[in-house]
Design a protein around this ligand. Structure first.
Ligand SMILES: [Zn+2]
Length: 501
């Protein structure tokens, strides 16, 4: 919007038009002068015509005529100058294009100011024109001049405006535009609340954004302005894309993650408030994996009790076989009071800094004994050992109206059951009243039975040595309590085990 005359180009244009006008008038006036009574003119100047010397005569006349013309021209220039200034107009130039002609610059300026005010009222915010406006002095006929409504419409069509906004910057990059700083505050605190749902605010020591977040007032196109909710969602998701899945009957978090090719973790990140175990039919799940543009960092100071693991010491015993181990002293966990700083990004723990540890209970070292003795050969020796430790509750023989084929030894469930002699496992499965049963063939027609087991540790075909653990005491099959039912059979017939042990 430069003033008149400060632009040399404009001046040149102006003078060019002046000269053009002048030339026209000069031509017109030449015609007029040629009609003047030359004799009268000459006599005024007291110059007598010299008859016969036409050339001289013409020369003189031309000189006089030139002077007359010059005088006339002066008058004409004054006239033109008057004319030009009397008909002075301005063209309104927007972004280098002439859009209207006005009589006075002020006419356009007033319309532009009114337009600005109406835009401000419409948007309820300060506006600025982004278009370049300037004025040029021109000649215009009355018909060409615009004013009032017509001028307003013409300018409206060419003027682009921007509104004053509050722009959120994260690490020097603009990420969202809002109308006011108050709205920005709402957005930022909304994002913060969203990410601190799982954070104990009473223990918070520090809270802030991971990025450098700034708010700047700038003029922006009105189309870029978001409302509070839009901006908040955009910042959290890193996109305005919306993809929703409505839960249908029979679906689970897992099946939905498979259906859309999203990992379970990502689906959970996209739905931090949904409980993966308890989704309901009709519930809407977000399928867009968020890539937050602003991340919330919190530091909590927490105290808690933590376990201290125990150590294990190995001891050796020559009274046990090489493949046997036994816990002599059971290990126990210790306890400590821990004070720590927990750093969370968007509510998810990213770092834990231990500030202090106070041991309240020392752990107890476990002592494990390992055998060194070479085990006996895995074949029958002809003698038997008692297969488990416990109390004999029922002996071999006739009882309660029927024959008891073995020996019942009561012991807690899980007590080790050992092979009474070396041999080969010929049965290791469930069998009617016996429950879980192992049969071992020792050769020489001897087979032993181990019934009601809770656990079988061998399989058919295994060679075992005398004293090797083969299973554990239980209550499977027909029992009244945990015990081992032990039989010795010779050539298929049960014999009294007490006679062999
Ligand atoms: Zn029995």
């Amino acid at each position: 919007m430069g003033g008149d005359g400060d632009n040399p180009n404009k001046m040149k244009k102006f003078y060019d038009s002046l000269i053009q006008q002048g030339t026209k008038w000069f031509d017109k006036s030449k015609k007029a002068i040629s009609k003047l009574d030359l004799k009268k003119t000459f006599s005024k100047f007291n110059i007598k015509s010299v008859a016969g010397d036409k050339r001289f005569n013409i020369k003189v006349v031309n000189k006089k005529r030139f002077m007359i013309n010059m005088a006339a021209l002066s008058v004409i220039i004054v006239g033109i100058t008057y004319f030009v200034f009397a008909n002075n107009a301005f063209s309104v130039v927007i972004n280098g294009v002439e859009v209207a002609k006005v009589k006075h610059k002020e006419t356009a300026e007033e319309v532009i100011t009114a337009l600005k005010q109406s835009y401000e009222k419409e948007n309820d915010v300060e506006v600025a024109f982004s278009s370049q406006i300037s004025y040029e002095k021109v000649n215009a006929s009355k018909k060409e001049l615009l004013e009032g409504k017509a001028l307003e419409e013409k300018l409206k069509g060419h003027l682009d405006y921007q509104v004053k906004c509050a722009v959120i910057y994260a690490d020097d990059k603009p990420i969202a535009t809002l109308k006011t700083k108050e709205e920005v505050d709402k957005v930022l605190s909304g994002v913060e609340q969203y990410y601190t749902k799982g954070v104990d605010l009473s223990k918070i020591k520090e809270k802030g954004f991971s990025e450098k977040v700034e708010v700047k007032e700038e003029f922006m196109d009105v189309s870029t302005v978001m409302n509070v909710e839009e901006a908040q969602n955009y910042i959290i998701n890193g996109t305005t894309e919306v993809r929703i899945h409505k839960v249908e009957a029979g679906e689970s978090f897992w099946s939905i993650s498979r259906k859309y090719g999203i990992s379970l973790e990502d689906l959970q990140r996209a739905n931090p408030t949904a409980n993966p175990e308890k989704i309901k039919i009709g519930q809407e799940l977000n399928l867009v994996v968020p890539k937050s543009l602003i991340n919330v960092k919190t530091v909590e100071e927490v105290t808690y009790t933590d376990k201290i693991p125990y150590e294990q010491k190995l001891e050796y015993s020559s009274s046990m076989y090489k493949d046997q181990t036994q816990v002599r002293v059971k290990g126990e966990y210790g306890e400590k009071e821990v004070k720590a700083e927990v750093v969370k990004i968007n509510g998810i723990e990213s770092e834990r800094i231990i500030l202090s540890e106070n041991v309240t209970k020392e752990p107890k070292t476990q002592i494990l004994v390992k055998g060194t003795k070479e085990p006996p050969p895995k074949k029958g020796t002809g003698t038997f050992i008692t297969p488990t430790r416990g109390t004999v509750t029922s002996r071999f023989g006739y009882r309660w109206g029927r024959n008891h084929n073995g020996l019942d030894i009561a012991a807690p469930v899980g007590t080790a059951v050992k092979a009474a002699d070396g041999g080969e496992v010929i049965f290791a499965s469930t069998s009617g009243n016996y429950g879980k049963l192992i049969k071992i063939d020792h050769g020489g027609g001897f087979v032993t039975y181990y019934g009601h087991l809770s656990k079988i540790s061998v399989k058919v075909g295994d060679k075992v040595y005398k004293g090797q653990t083969i299973g554990a005491v239980g209550t499977t099959g027909r029992t009244t309590g945990p015990h081992l039912h032990f039989e010795i059979r010779k050539n298929g017939n049960p014999v009294n085990p007490s006679k062999y042990l």
